[in-house]
Design a binder for this molecule. Structure first.
Ligand code: PLP
Length: 313
């Protein structure tokens, strides 16, 4: 019998998830683990330019991986020739590489794995294993979506997220700096987690989002930064009409820009610190990790905020 009455839970609007037909899991890296286990790949080619947590499932399952380089368009420099039981993982960088993902899907076929962690709105391509993570686009602690047609015959436990809410609630209540340690703790707590189904709380939060509005705001903010900054940006990544970007990637050979932005409370991440260890100064990825400032363009911000970023730069 369903409980009726008594105290309330957190009040949230009830809409529809964007990826309502996907498999719901706890993290992006665990979507990758799911794919690796279901497909039983022996080896996967992965980019140097990615987040190190992607290695977790490889290490856990003892599956081989080999790095590949990308060029200034963030496209694969030398495409590996895939043998049987081998796959190619590509990151849809900043949510701006969907046309290239479509080309890759045609060329590589089923052995392509698309990491849409930075491209929450990119449509999955039928027959291509594709995963998304929630916390890079929305104020949720965890959660991921997976599209595949190869299923594991296992009943995964349902995750619980209520103890991972501190950074999200503190940022509202007492400010960005106050919740930063909790955010770091949250990131650490996602390391080494087994595959679980997305928590009911995260799913409920994902059901409360106005996806259309978020998309419009992100695109408007992106276009505003693009209009001002594109001429000095080394990267030239056009915004396709269906793209909803994660950030505006601004690449300039100016040292100290990141520090200056952060000093002025424009918090930019580094994609990704591990790349500086995996590559050398001669590699494109090293430059990307040094010189790309992923400027925030997300749904929390408006025209005035974008103006503030532009004038500071
Ligand atoms: C490119 C990329 N792929 C995969 C992941 C893993 O996502 P999750 O943290 O949900 O496991 C991340 C970030 O953590 C990422 O930046």
């Amino acid at each position: 019998m369903k409980p009726i009455g008594g105290y309330f839970s957190l009040e949230l609007p009830m809409k529809e998830e964007l990826h309502k037909n996907a498999i719901r899991l706890n993290t992006g890296r665990n979507c990758l683990e799911y794919i690796l286990r279901a497909r039983q790949y022996r080896k996967v080619y992965i980019p140097y330019y990615t987040c190190e947590v992607i290695l977790e499932p490889f290490k856990k399952l003892g599956i081989q991986y080999e790095f590949y380089h990308v060029d200034v368009h963030l496209e694969i420099k030398d495409s590996p020739l895939l043998k049987e039981d081998e796959a190619l993982l590509y990151v849809n960088y900043y949510g701006l590489k969907q046309r290239y993902v479509e080309k890759l899907a045609e060329k590589v076929g089923k052995c392509l794995i698309v990491d849409n962690t930075q491209a929450f709105y990119a449509k999955p391509i039928p027959g291509i294993d594709t995963f998304y993570t929630c916390r890079k686009f929305f104020g949720v602690p965890d959660g991921a979506y997976l599209y595949t047609d190869k299923f594991l015959d296992e009943n995964f436990a349902i995750d619980q997220s209520f103890e991972r809410m501190a950074s999200l609630t503190k940022r509202i209540d007492i400010g960005a700096e106050a919740g930063y340690e909790d955010f770091q703790r949250l990131s650490k707590s996602l390391v080494g987690q087994p595959i679980r189904q997305m928590s009911t709380l995260t799913q409920r939060l994902m059901q409360s989002i106005d996806y259309k509005k978020v998309a419009e705001q992100r695109r408007a903010n992106y276009l505003q930064l693009q209009a001002v900054l594109d001429k000095s940006n080394i990267l030239c990544l056009p915004l396709e009409s269906d793209a909803v970007p994660m950030v505006y990637p601004y690449m300039v050979p100016v040292s100290g820009l990141r520090e200056k932005l952060i000093e002025n409370k424009i918090f930019v991440a580094r994609y990704w610190p591990n790349v500086l260890e995996w590559t050398t100064k001669e590699d494109m990825e090293f430059l990307l990790a040094c010189q790309v400032q992923p400027l925030p363009i997300d749904q929390r911000y408006n025209e005035e905020d974008m103006n503030a970023i532009c004038s500071l730069i």
